[in-house]
Design a protein around this ligand. Structure first.
Ligand SMILES: *[C@@H]1O[C@H](CO)[C@@H](O)[C@H](O)[C@H]1NC(C)=O
Ligand SMILES: *[C@@H]1O[C@H](CO)[C@@H](O)[C@H](O)[C@H]1NC(C)=O
Ligand SMILES: *[C@@H]1O[C@H](CO)[C@@H](O)[C@H](O)[C@H]1NC(C)=O
Ligand SMILES: *[C@@H]1O[C@H](CO)[C@@H](O)[C@H](O)[C@H]1NC(C)=O
Ligand SMILES: *[C@@H]1O[C@H](CO)[C@@H](O)[C@H](O)[C@H]1NC(C)=O
Ligand SMILES: *[C@@H]1O[C@H](CO)[C@@H](O)[C@H](O)[C@H]1NC(C)=O
Ligand SMILES: *[C@@H]1O[C@H](CO)[C@@H](O)[C@H](O)[C@H]1NC(C)=O
Ligand SMILES: *[C@@H]1O[C@H](CO)[C@@H](O)[C@H](O)[C@H]1NC(C)=O
Length: 615
């Protein structure tokens, strides 16, 4: 068995760092390979599919609906990098791609950026990357771009649904428009990096290196997942391998060619390699190291050494044979410059060596909005038209990048608290699953072009305000409104609704209800006669009460300054409208008529209290 797990020494640190190490690929390097079987390779902003070596990159039209295409005019740029998509809409909270994936599958996701001065500027924009509900990190390609390089960011992440969303977003440092050149999503087999709990973490690639005196990056088809293995060389001598490794024993499936050379040192000496280059942010990392005895396979082609990482024992007495071996640590704390040191065992006639290595940073996942809410929002995006451009990916996460109009709570469960789509130009209808938003407190959909029936939202029992005014909703004013015990505001005016307000809302204290435009009412209750309610209606003419007539609550309209009395005990009509008695004159609600009696109550007889205000 070639796979050996290191038991990390020292304490386990946990410091979430969202920044990923930036790695560079040469701008003009061509990746030669065949279409990968289980991946999606996207060349953003292109009009046609583009071949790059044996890999075929498809245009991004089917994967995003936002942004604009641009072409780079600079010469000698690889064809797949000549196009890009940029995102000028400053109001959107994120710009997303949605790539179809297998739920639960593990994927290598890589985004590549080559600015090319597409917007006439000289400095690339700095912006954020988001994957599903997780803030992936900041994209800063400034240094690479000035060195003529493309920047890429890569992580390994499990798919939470049928689509994976990869989004860009502005941050406080973003000056010009965010853009993207390539998006690659590759399916990884079960055993690859399988010591990581992908329900909790993603792995962000920091470095994937082949050691020794080679000068070309290994990728597809040598690496079946098209991972990039970049050469790393230092002052240590290089040794070439004389035999092949037994590939199947490596869970991470490194390419055979990753073992073709190694850094080594002479007999009895310690081999020290300062890799990965540069200073790492303090965090936990996944580390996998690959070794093979370089000599021709024989009973003696093995060597034993210890491995230390930053002075901490990583693995003891590793027996490296010509078959090859790898050791890994699933969660190893690193900070600053890393040094891997290999110390030879006693009497070993050859020095230690190292062929390849991978360091990936554990990136805690940002979580996911409660599934019930996500499903309801997904349904909503199906039934509504003219959606805001950022309604992709997780509706609530990452925190500052919820969908436009969506407000969430970020407790143990991430739930949707409020939807405010007032005047957003939406059309379409509301799905029946809207009531699944059981944490919803405010639903404001006023001033759109929404039509159809109002779905049953009786299970949205937290609802405090419901604004459906100024749309084209039809059907009866729903009875279930009366089941919303916390409701304080119901605005229904200017729709095509029929029927009255449910009876069980009539004595709801503090309720503010609005139905027809121009017929607003304030509702009073007599303390003396609790069964009757007085209503001041403004401003339309008061006619006699349309008792029993199935109509909207306030139709026909009432006169400005009139008062109508509604007897709660009186039977409602089948359609739910309620009878009123109206009086032409007195403006002040203390002069009230009781149905059928025409008795204008004396001031002292009618001590009134406001029970509901029907604006
Ligand atoms: C981007 O990177 C460059 C070069 O490292 C650095 O000077 C600049 O401050 C960075 N920009 C931001 C906004 O972090
Ligand atoms: C990882 O994959 C290897 C090879 O299939 C298997 O032997 C091992 O048990 C797996 N480890 C985990 C934690 O699933
Ligand atoms: C290392 O492995 C080889 C091949 O399996 C074996 O012959 C040798 O005895 C091992 N050396 C030690 C010190 O275990
Ligand atoms: C999110 O927004 C709040 C308030 O606008 C701000 O204080 C905070 O820094 C933002 N967080 C991130 C990660 O951008
Ligand atoms: C909803 O949005 C409108 C328009 O932007 C605003 O006036 C209103 O106060 C918002 N309502 C809530 C509950 O935030
Ligand atoms: C959501 O609503 C739909 C339609 O009303 C229903 O069939 C479904 O069971 C609900 N889902 C959940 C998780 O409550
Ligand atoms: C009015 O309120 C009382 C108590 O608050 C309740 O028992 C009664 O059912 C309500 N009437 C209606 C018509 O909702
Ligand atoms: C209200 O209506 C009921 C039933 O029609 C009737 O019995 C009662 O007398 C009315 N109350 C008043 C104050 O008119």
């Amino acid at each position: 068995m070639a796979e050996k797990e290191s038991s990390p020494g020292g304490q386990k640190m946990y410091i979430p760092i969202s920044l990923l190490w930036l790695v560079s690929i040469p701008l003009l390097s061509s990746v030669n390979s065949l279409p990968t079987p289980r991946g999606t390779l996207i060349t953003c902003g292109a009009s046609n599919a583009i071949a790059s070596g044996d890999l075929k990159y498809v245009p991004d039209d089917g994967f995003t609906k936002v942004g604009n295409k641009a072409t780079i005019s600079a010469p000698n740029v690889m064809p797949i990098l000549r196009n890009l998509r940029f995102f000028p809409d400053k109001s959107a909270r994120k710009y997303c791609y949605a790539v179809p994936v297998v739920k639960g599958g593990k994927y290598l996701v890589r985004t590549s950026y080559y600015y090319g001065g597409f917007d006439g500027g000289t400095t690339p924009p700095v912006f954020d990357q988001i994957i599903d509900g997780t803030m992936w990190g900041t994209v800063n390609t400034t240094d690479d771009y000035s060195n003529g390089l493309t920047s890429y960011y890569e992580l390994v992440i499990a798919a939470m649904g049928k689509f994976m969303s990869v989004c860009l977003a502005r941050n406080s440092a973003t000056v010009s428009d965010p853009f993207i050149s390539l998006l690659e999503v590759e399916y990884l087999d079960e055993s690859v990096y399988n010591s990581t709990d992908f329900k909790t973490y993603a792995l962000g690639t920091v470095s994937r290196a082949i050691f020794g005196d080679t000068d070309s990056t290994i990728s597809y088809p040598e690496d079946q997942y098209n991972r990039y293995w970049h050469p790393f060389k230092d002052e240590n001598p290089t040794v070439e391998s004389k035999s092949g490794v037994k590939m199947l024993s490596f869970w991470n499936m490194p390419p055979v060619s990753a073992f073709s050379s190694a850094l080594t040192t002479s007999r009895g000496k310690n081999l020290k390699v300062k890799w990965p280059q540069g200073s790492l942010p303090e965090s936990l990392y996944y580390i996998s190291l690959y070794f093979q005895d370089s000599r021709t396979e024989s009973p003696y082609s093995w060597r034993v050494f210890d491995i230390w990482v930053n002075g901490k024992k990583f693995y003891s007495n590793l027996n490296v044979t010509a078959d090859g071996v790898s050791v890994f640590a699933a969660q190893w704390p690193l900070f600053g410059q890393t040094e891997i040191e290999m110390t030879p065992g006693d009497g070993i006639p050859v020095g230690p060596l190292i062929n390849a290595g991978e360091v990936l940073q554990l990136l805690p996942l940002g979580g996911r909005t409660h599934t019930r809410d996500v499903m309801a929002m997904d349904d909503l995006t199906q039934t509504l038209d003219k959606l805001p451009s950022d309604w992709y990916g997780d509706p609530c996460l990452p925190k500052n990048h919820s969908w436009t109009g969506v407000t969430c709570s970020y407790g143990k469960l991430v739930r949707i608290l409020a939807l405010n789509f007032t005047g957003m130009g939406l059309s379409g209808s509301l799905p029946s699953s809207l009531g699944n938003l059981t944490s919803l407190t405010h639903l404001w959909l006023g001033g759109n072009k929404l039509s159809g029936n109002i779905p049953d939202m009786s299970s949205a029992t937290e609802l405090k305000s419901l604004h459906l005014e100024n749309n084209q909703f039809e059907g009866p004013v729903p009875d279930w409104l009366g089941e919303l015990h916390k409701i304080q505001e119901i605005f229904l005016q200017n729709n095509k609704l029929t029927g009255g307000i449910p009876k069980n809302l009539h004595n709801r204290s503090g309720l503010n209800i609005q139905t027809e435009e121009g017929s607003s009412a304030t509702l009073y209750r007599s303390k003396r006669a609790p069964s009757s309610i007085a209503m001041e209606v403004l401003p339309a003419p008061c006619t006699s009460n349309p008792t029993g007539q199935p109509s909207r609550l306030f139709s026909p309209p009432f006169d400005h300054g009139s008062h109508c009395l509604h007897n709660l005990s009186a039977p409602t009509s089948p359609a739910g409208s309620v009878p009123f008695n109206c009086e032409e004159k007195p403006r002040v609600p203390k002069y009230l008529a009781t149905p059928g009696k025409v008795d204008v109550a004396a001031e002292e007889d009618f001590e009134l209290s406001l029970v509901s205000s029907w604006i």
